[in-house]
Design a protein around this ligand. Structure first.
Ligand SMILES: [Zn+2]
Length: 323
């Protein structure tokens, strides 16, 4: 095991802080990394940033080897073979390649609700470009997490780029050290902040379907616009990974964790995992911040299918389901 970086303690504290804020990271989403010498420390797949100070969630990989995977010169983009300690059973994050490719000491990737709300709508992306004016920011079109996303990022980065708005996905901040990463991220969050509309938190007074409970996010089903958007599509990858495409209007063979009962509430399967619950809250947090005149752009069925057929994602879901 290589030596940990000099500011690893501050890095872990930053990571935990991001992971514990549901407006930045939901469940096992998001990932952070820090480079020192030829070693890249990256969050392991399926672990949670929230636990960055209480568990060993980071795995050391050979940065040059991970960079070669990012450039398509070696491996399959999973970076499994780049782990330095071969005895470790943890796999590096499925997003390791972009961490290796970005030439900054610290890289922090979140599924920021404020960023997501901008990045899933045409009007929001235009607004975000104005709000982030003067910052070294780039906008990256949607691509499947893993090598396709890394390649889309690489096509739009310059040596100066430190802020990436990932359309229909989230935010990446890069900087020379932990403090500078936090400062820049807070600046971006402040500029993109959107007020949450007050929602009526009442639960339906009817009994939920058998095996389900009413979710705290039931307001979505009683708000005609929010309900229409929730059933119409999926807007970012982790929604699909943890809740399946969109929100179904009834139970089915796939045993969806959450069902939208229009006009009434959202039924949450009794055994829904913490990650599934976190993703339902994320949808509620996004829809409550969505300005009335912004038009949502779903990722589409092809992207949904690609996410659900993916072995690495199944592995991540399986790990997350145990927590
Ligand atoms: Zn992500």
């Amino acid at each position: 095991m290589p030596d940990t970086p000099a500011d690893f303690k501050a890095f872990r504290a930053m990571s935990a802080h991001l992971g514990q804020d549901p407006l930045r990271v939901q469940g096992p989403g998001g990932n952070t990394s820090i480079k020192q010498g030829g070693v890249l420390w990256i969050k392991a797949s399926g672990t949670e940033l929230a636990e960055a100070e209480t568990r060993e969630i980071f795995v050391a990989v050979d940065r040059a080897a991970a960079l070669a995977e990012a450039q398509g010169l070696a491996g399959d983009g999973s970076c499994k073979a780049t782990v330095i300690d071969k005895a470790l059973t943890l796999r590096p994050s499925i997003e390791t390649t972009f961490h290796a490719a970005l030439d900054w000491a610290v890289v922090a990737h979140t599924h920021s609700v404020a960023t997501l709300t901008h990045a899933i709508t045409h009007e929001g992306r235009t607004a975000a470009k104005d709000k982030l004016a003067g910052l070294p920011a780039a906008f990256v079109p949607y691509a499947k997490p893993g090598l396709p996303l890394t390649q889309a990022i690489m096509a739009r980065t310059t040596p100066a780029t430190q802020v990436f708005v990932l359309e229909n996905h989230g935010l990446i901040i890069c900087a020379a050290n932990v403090d500078a990463t936090t400062t820049l991220m807070e600046e971006v969050e402040a500029r993109l902040a959107l007020p949450a509309r007050p929602v009526v938190p009442d639960l339906p007074d009817t009994a939920p379907p058998e095996g389900f409970v009413w979710a705290a996010e039931s307001w979505i089903a009683r708000d005609p616009r929010a309900a229409a958007l929730a059933r119409a599509g999926s807007y970012y990858p982790d929604h699909v990974v943890f809740l399946g495409p969109a929100l179904p209007l009834g139970d089915h063979d796939g045993q969806p964790p959450a069902i939208l009962i229009e006009g009434t509430g959202i039924a949450l399967r009794g055994r829904a995992t913490a990650s599934q619950r976190a993703m339902l809250r994320c949808l509620s947090d996004v829809l409550a911040r969505l300005p009335a005149d912004w038009t949502l752009e779903p990722i589409g069925a092809e992207a949904e299918t690609a996410l659900l057929d993916w072995d690495a994602e199944k592995y991540r879901q399986a790990l997350a389901a145990r927590s």
